[in-house]
Design a protein around this ligand. Structure first.
Ligand code: HEC
Ligand code: HEC
Ligand code: HEC
Length: 424
């Protein structure tokens, strides 16, 4: 081949690559809807959309602290930087008022906005892609009914190269499995409904499934337990999962408490608050599916009390004053009707002190106005050192695990987030 030919071939290859890259990345802008051209949506469709929005946690994630509902601005900390949830009210300038149903469906299924820009998977479209057409329409119909609010979310704080949205095209090629889930015919309708909700709109895996280095959920480790926002979301499937049966899960998911397993704290409290607002049949279906993922025969955790740890004898006085009235009630159950022996919950069993320390710092407050389990936040009344000592105390006294490392750092981190106002 002559140099001239090689040159021509290289140019042709280069052009082909550019075209391929462009085809991969480029998504068309979809036409804005005409103002005032909204069709009327049926009452049932809007009601279904409301329930789906609860199941999908759309409102909490898209509402800033003290901000207007769905108007965006809540910061989400990811390992790559901070991403802000945007305004999804029907405001035409700053929300999604100009979005057609097709544009909304493309965002939910493919993670692409109306103008054709790629969205980040902090917006859980990798799960929402599993929602069927009817339910996506219902969500759209419901979102048209929330009050339009003018509010521009702050700019994301993402360093180079993560600030290049086009990179998500490659990410999607690798990790996005687009399209609704298919029913498994040998399983019951209830099980299939549960799986549809868990893998789709409720995106349980966004917290409970470990992620790879590029931030994608590892499909081979689905619901195998993962760290999220300084908490540990325990395994719901596989070896490490606790035995949960359907009634226990239904109680935990709808009321935040199971008499056999304890209470839901931290980010799980938000999920439970959402689930408390939907039809019990949806929660039962989720419970049916999740119960099928664990090995029913594994025993529940046994109650353990090793007595007051020698090296923490001084902390015992603090425990008696601040904690024992609830955690050492006569029948071993906390807080007259709610609470399990501390050793029976998950928090003291983990490899890390995350959930125990964060529960002591932030308390359990999600169910208070519904008369559910309640624990005061000690982040404002005890010092970092006292909370650190108490965390070691409960670990030593109510579990068989080795003393935790890094408790002080975990407590400091939880306290600083609480002071910023965005912790639990
Ligand atoms: C875990 C937080 C979270 C949850 C839950 C969530 N979103 Fe979002 N959503 C985001 C973030 C963050 C963005 C912006 C992503 C970006 O900038 O690339 C977003 C973007 C969007 C967009 C694109 C808007 C635009 O202007 O580009 C739509 C539409 C949307 N979300 C709808 C929903 C719906 C419907 C639900 C509930 C079914 C939902 N979201 C639940 C975090 C969330
Ligand atoms: C925003 C993150 C998040 C989402 C979404 C989420 N979870 Fe959780 N989940 C957690 C955290 C964190 C814990 C630990 C709570 C604690 O220590 O009290 C938890 C705990 C649990 C537990 C208790 C496990 C045990 O053995 O103690 C169950 C069961 C559970 N979640 C089920 C679900 C299901 C089902 C869904 C979807 C409907 C879901 N979670 C969605 C974060 C989440
Ligand atoms: C008003 C009653 C009350 C007080 C006071 C209280 N707790 Fe709790 N605590 C609860 C309830 C209720 C739960 C949730 C149910 C459960 O797991 O027993 C809980 C849960 C916990 C958990 C998480 C258990 C798990 O596995 O999820 C820890 C750790 C904990 N408490 C430690 C403490 C410590 C340390 C103190 C004292 C500084 C304290 N609590 C004071 C009521 C209380």
């Amino acid at each position: 081949m002559t140099y001239r030919r090689i040159g021509l071939v290289s140019i042709a290859v280069l052009i082909a690559l550019v075209i391929i890259a462009f085809a991969l990345i480029w998504r068309p802008e979809l036409t804005a809807t005409a103002e005032g051209a909204e069709p009327a949506y049926g009452k049932d469709e809007i009601a279904r959309g409301y329930a789906l929005a609860q199941l999908g946690n759309c409102e909490s994630c898209h509402t800033a602290e003290d901000g207007a509902a769905y108007a965006g601005g809540r910061p989400l900390d990811t390992p790559f930087g901070t991403i802000f949830a945007v305004n999804i009210t029907p405001d035409r300038e700053t929300g999604i008022g100009e979005w057609s149903p097709e544009a909304f469906t493309r965002a939910m299924r493919k993670g692409v906005d109306r103008e054709g820009a790629h969205l980040y998977p902090a917006f859980p479209y990798t799960s929402f892609t599993k929602i069927d057409d009817g339910d996506i329409s219902a969500l759209y119909a419901y979102l048209r009914t929330v009050p339009a609010v003018e509010n521009e979310a702050p700019e994301n704080a993402l360093p180079f190269p993560f600030n290049i949205r086009a990179l998500m095209a490659g990410w999607n090629l690798l990790f996005l499995d687009a399209g609704p889930v298919k029913a498994v015919s040998r399983e019951s309708d209830e099980w299939n409904t549960g799986r549809y909700l868990v893998e789709g709109v409720t995106h349980c895996g966004a917290c409970h499934t470990p992620r790879n280095a590029l931030g994608a959920e590892k499909s081979s480790d689905s619901l195998a337990g993962a760290e999220i926002d300084g908490w540990y979301a325990p395994p719901l499937a596989g070896d490490g999962a606790r035995a949960w049966n359907k009634p226990q899960l239904a109680a935990y998911l709808s009321a935040g408490f199971s008499r056999d397993h304890g209470a839901a704290a931290g980010p799980m409290g938000e999920t439970v608050t959402n689930l408390s607002k939907v039809a019990p049949a949806d929660v039962t279906a989720i419970a049916t599916y999740v119960a099928s993922l664990t090995d029913d025969t594994s025993p529940a955790f046994a109650a353990i009390d090793n007595g007051v740890p020698d090296d923490l004898a001084a902390t015992h006085a603090l425990w008696v004053g601040a904690c024992a009235s609830c955690h050492e009630a006569a029948d071993g159950r906390a807080n007259p009707s709610y609470g399990v022996p501390l050793s029976v919950g998950f928090a003291l069993r983990g490899d890390k002190p995350l959930n125990a320390a964060r529960t002591i710092v932030g308390g359990i407050d999600a169910y208070r106005d519904r008369g559910g389990p309640y624990m005061p936040a000690f982040g404002g009344t005890l010092t970092a050192e006292q909370i650190t000592d108490l965390t070691q105390y409960v670990r030593a006294r109510f579990s068989d695990g080795a003393a935790w490392e890094g408790v002080g750092d975990t407590v400091e981190q939880a306290l600083s987030e609480q002071n910023e106002g965005d912790g639990q």
